[in-house]
Design a protein around this ligand. Structure first.
Ligand code: ADP
Ligand code: MG
Length: 371
């Protein structure tokens, strides 16, 4: 899919902006703090309903205003799609998909697909498990709105169980009600675990192929789902085992006031030629893996939804060496791509024939050139 038009009103530092976008490559050039990432953020929001930088709408609405607005018009395989988001101070977001209003941000999911690649993603491999869980949750939610729903429910139950644990610590009489929460947590948790397992297996196959190409067949990447509770064959067995494990750790959990087992403690294992590169990988290997994961994700979105996603490359080009840059560019083919950079020179390797270049200066976007 691709986006044809973008409109912003009182979004971040933009008072009013209307852009016609190139179906292939759009490059935004400008100094720091001019408004380049803000444009990517707006596009990202039309896909996921939220920002990748903040959960507070107040920060997104232009500083001295009470309302903000984003609209995109795009083309998909089977026709047009328009997504509008209205942000209001101290109110829930309003979203409109093809003109139909909803107040649920989740209604947006499944309309616009984006894959974002930023310098933080390059750190994904060496950061802690929480970062990798966020990666899995974000990507899975993107292609499977139902997953997002399950995840949300799981975290609600988890919070309730944790609150109860703290009460039990004060007074043992509350112990009786713990079983109910264990059961609920296990049911939702088991579902999440199978969804993660199948996602990671598919991503593992796809990223292995990409990774082989980047490393000229010298290295083999393998992804492993490392669940904090060992996997069982099916939902039923998983749930039963989950409950058993929760029971075993009840005392520990009460003492800590938190649930020590479950999908919220999972990790994604990343191995190159059998070696754990989260710990032992060189910086180059870690970056190559991050790149392979992102490129695999593009294919995965295509496989799941039939549409190629839009790719957002935020300041990432200058972080990659020439070889990896070139590989990335070669892999893009027909995917609509948004690139931000402070130096047009750093994109030298980008011999795109189809592109628009925009200069961004203090929230003014000037169309510069088109090949
Ligand atoms: N809610 C807001 N209202 C007005 N300006 C904002 C708001 N949020 C961020 N900004 C401004 O946006 C600019 C940063 O934009 P950004 O797109 O991140 O820059 P860059 O071009 O470096 O990617 C800064 O000047 C910041 O002050
Ligand atoms: Mg930026």
């Amino acid at each position: 899919m691709y986006i044809k038009n973008l409109k912003l009103i009182n979004f971040r530092n933009y008072h009013q902006l209307e852009l016609s976008l190139h179906p292939k490559v759009n490059i935004f050039v400008g100094d720091n703090a001019q408004g380049k990432t803000n444009i990517l953020e707006a596009i990202y929001m039309t896909a996921s309903g939220k920002s990748f930088r903040t959960i507070k709408d107040r920060e997104i609405i232009k500083m001295d205003k009470q309302q903000g607005y984003i609209k995109i018009e795009g083309e998909k395989r089977y026709g047009k799609v328009t997504v509008e988001i209205k942000l209001e101070e101290e109110k829930k977001k309003q979203v409109k998909v093809n003109g139909l209003t909803s107040t649920k941000r989740t209604e947006l999911l499944g309309n616009v697909y984006v894959v974002i690649f930023s310098p933080e993603d390059l750190k994904l491999v060496k950061e802690g498990p929480a970062e990798r869980r966020r990666f899995i949750d974000q990507e899975l939610s993107n292609i499977k709105p139902k997953y997002f729903h399950h995840l949300h429910q799981y975290h609600k139950v988890l919070m309730q169980r944790n609150n109860l644990l703290k009460k039990i610590y004060q007074n043992k009489k509350y112990m009786d009600t713990l079983d109910i929460w264990d059961e609920k947590l296990a049911e939702l948790g088991a579902r999440l675990m199978f969804e993660r397992l199948s996602f990671i297996n598919r991503l593992s196959m796809l990223s292995k192929l990409v990774h082989r190409k980047i490393t000229d067949n010298r290295e083999t990447l393998e992804l492993r789902y490392q669940s904090s509770i060992p996997m069982k064959k099916n939902d039923e067995e998983m749930k039963a085992f989950f409950i058993e494990k929760l029971k075993e750790s009840q005392e520990k959990d009460v003492n800590r006031g938190s649930t020590t087992l479950g999908p919220h403690r999972d990790d994604l294992g990343l191995y190159v030629n059998g070696i754990d590169i989260r710990v032992f990988g060189s910086q180059g290997q870690q970056r190559t893996t991050a790149l392979a994961l992102k490129l695999a994700e593009i294919e995965l979105v295509k496989g799941e939804t039939g549409e190629y996603p839009i790719l957002l490359l935020d300041d990432v080009m200058s972080e990659l060496d020439q070889k990896r840059q070139q590989f990335l560019i070669k892999s893009l083919r027909d995917i609509q791509t948004f690139v931000t950079t402070t130096e047009l020179n750093s994109l030298e390797t980008m011999e795109f024939s189809d592109k628009s270049i925009f200069y961004v200066e203090n929230a003014n976007v000037k169309y510069y050139a088109k090949d």
